[in-house]
Design a protein around this ligand. Structure first.
Ligand code: AMP
Length: 283
């Protein structure tokens, strides 16, 4: 496995792989890798001949009062995980490599970035789409892998790729969870033991929603109220949103039908966690 810290070097490595006829898979991450990330790398290794993982805590997707400074940075452990998973190249650039000069060119996907996380994180998706556009231009993958865990991100990136005719495919992979249902996240490290225990209620609330929908509930507000009741059992929780939206266009639903995304963000103490499930509610 190669470690590339510069754009020039990763481009050389990818160019050589491509000239050997290899299909390039790409997994963008912010590091602090866990088995959720590994599931994306596994999928890329299975489907492609040459796999690049990027590890970069992107400053432009963090708001001023967010956790950019304290975000866990565990490069040595991450490299071992990547190597074991069969990664060919880890691209781990420094900030001045990615944003060498003042950045004044942005990719900005509208509408899809307004609901859900867009409400409390203005500018977040502009940072995400811009860094992904940059990384796609650098790595030039055939397929890039994203997690359903960040459902809105995946929908936004797919739309960006479509709208801007970027020559790659986006594959969304299922959310990996702890045995009690908590979605794996680099931010779970911030939770103390009580908070970690309470955090299982996030998935419990999503399961309650799935069950109610399977039993025919069509009213989003009924689902939201039930979920909020479950989430209110978390101590010191600030429920940012609980929403039921169309899974493709992220529009709020008046009536649950077709493919729906049940998504939420909750702050436990200072730690903001997100999760979601997809349901198919039929007609
Ligand atoms: P992050 O490093 O948190 O920005 O995540 C990098 C990629 O891994 C994103 O596409 C995430 O959606 C994905 N990811 C994060 N957590 C999980 C998980 N628990 N299961 C599957 N994919 C995940």
């Amino acid at each position: 496995m190669e470690l590339a810290k510069t754009i020039k070097y990763v481009r050389e490595l990818v160019k050589a792989a491509r000239s050997d006829g290899k299909k390039i898979g790409f997994v963008p991450t912010m590091g602090a890798l866990h088995i959720g990330h590994v599931s994306l790398i596994d999928r890329a290794v299975n489907e492609c001949d040459f796999v690049v993982v990027s590890i970069y805590v992107n400053p432009t997707q963090f708001g001023l009062s967010e956790d950019f400074e304290k975000y866990p940075r565990t490069l040595d452990a991450d490299l071992k995980i990547c190597e074991k998973a069969g990664t060919d190249v880890v691209f781990a650039p420094a900030d001045n490599e990615m944003y060498e000069y003042e950045n004044i060119t942005w990719d900005d996907t509208e509408k899809l970035t307004e609901p859900l996380c867009g409400q409390s994180r203005p500018g977040h998706f502009k940072g995400v789409t811009t860094i992904c556009a940059k990384l796609f231009n650098i790595v030039t993958p055939d397929i890039a892998y994203f997690g359903q865990k960040d459902a809105q991100q995946s929908v936004v990136i797919k739309k960006m790729v479509d709208d801007l005719d970027m020559p790659l495919q986006i594959t969304t992979c299922p959310t990996l969870r702890e045995p009690d249902g908590l979605a794996l996240s680099s931010r779970n490290k911030y939770l103390d033991s009580q908070q970690r225990k309470d955090a299982a209620l996030i998935y419990e609330s999503l399961q309650i929603a799935a069950e109610a929908i399977a039993h025919g509930t069509k009213e989003p507000q009924t689902i939201i109220d039930q979920m909020r009741t479950t989430l209110s059992r978390i101590k010191n929780a600030d429920i940012e949103y609980v929403s039921v939206v169309n899974a493709d266009n992220l529009r709020y639903l008046d009536k649950i039908a077709g493919k729906a995304l049940i998504a939420l963000a909750v702050k436990i103490g200072d730690t903001r966690l997100i999760d979601n499930i997809l349901v198919d509610a039929g007609e």
